[in-house]
Write a protein that binds this ligand. Structure first.
Ligand SMILES: O=C1O[C@H](COP(=O)(O)O)[C@@H](O)[C@H](O)[C@H]1O
Length: 266
């Protein structure tokens, strides 16, 4: 049974007994947001990440979700992408296509992947331009207090170093305020060339979920959520603070094991 509590300023924490339970809760959460968004706006604009997240979304391809979700209304984007070919093993697009998108009836023209035949800088510019067109038509909603896109849902993973999307600790891209999509050519985690949503875009979303599993990430989870003092305020995962949207953390027990008070909530 999942343990859920609302942190005073870091959103809702859902701590799961195991990966199976987490996968079930995550699929239900995404399906509910999809239904609400389709009812309200006629579409569901969702941005996904790569890494372990895709495997954890697997239950969406199974009953009942493969039939009950209105897949034709989904518009899919990437919160970050590695600048490699779409058939490359490092491609977040390939990961999602193989693990999810090829198994459900999404509309191919609604799958908004990056241009993989140009430089990282050009790919970021292209992707931002593309998103701007879809904000104009309101396929992607617009923020109430800036011109930023307001995705219905942004799904993030987190690395053991606290990176989210391709926003890495101590990198100047964390200070980017005007671009929606930026690029990196010296990523500390290979491959080096990537594009990523910036923090203003992530924090303008209606819903942001950070999905983190495994003991290797327990320290970063603690630093991203607990009151740990000024040294960690700029940890990328800590900078995920939706302005008006809702933040939910999906954790398994090993990832949550270093959270303050974890032993008392078991
Ligand atoms: O490089 C990346 O890493 C993060 C975390 O991946 P995980 O496998 O540790 O969950 C991922 O969220 C991001 O999209 C990816 O490009």
């Amino acid at each position: 049974m999942a343990h859920s509590r609302v942190h005073k300023d870091r959103g809702e924490l859902r701590i799961h007994e195991n990966l199976d339970e987490l996968g079930t809760d995550l699929a239900e959460y995404i399906a509910e947001l999809s239904e609400a968004s389709v009812k309200e706006r006629g579409v569901f604009a969702i941005a996904i990440s790569g890494g372990s997240l895709i495997g954890l979304m697997g239950k969406l391809c199974e009953a009942p979700y493969h039939k009950t979700v209105d897949w034709a209304k989904w518009y899919i984007f990437w919160a970050d992408e590695r600048v490699v070919g779409k058939t490359h093993a490092d491609s977040n697009y390939k990961l999602a296509k193989d693990g999810l998108l090829s198994k459900v009836p999404v509309v191919p023209s609604h799958v908004n992947s990056i241009n993989d035949s140009v430089s990282a800088e050009e790919a970021a510019d292209d992707y931002e331009f593309h998103i701007r067109q879809l904000v104009k038509t309101r396929t992607i909603n617009v923020s109430d207090n800036s011109d930023c896109p307001k995705f219905d849902l942004i799904l993030l993973g987190m690395g053991p170093d606290g990176h989210v999307a391709s926003l890495f600790p101590n990198h100047p891209m964390l200070d980017e305020k005007s671009e929606w999509v930026t690029f990196i050519t010296d990523s500390p985690k290979p491959p080096p060339e990537r594009i990523t949503f910036t923090l203003p875009v992530i924090n303008s979303a209606s819903n942001v979920a950070v999905v983190v599993t495994g003991e290797s990430k327990a320290e970063a989870v603690h630093l991203a959520i607990d009151d740990v003092g000024p040294d960690y305020l700029s940890l990328p995962a800590r900078l995920v603070q939706p302005t008006k949207g809702k933040l939910v953390w999906f954790l398994d027990k090993p990832a949550a094991s270093k959270l303050d008070g974890f032993q008392f909530s078991e």
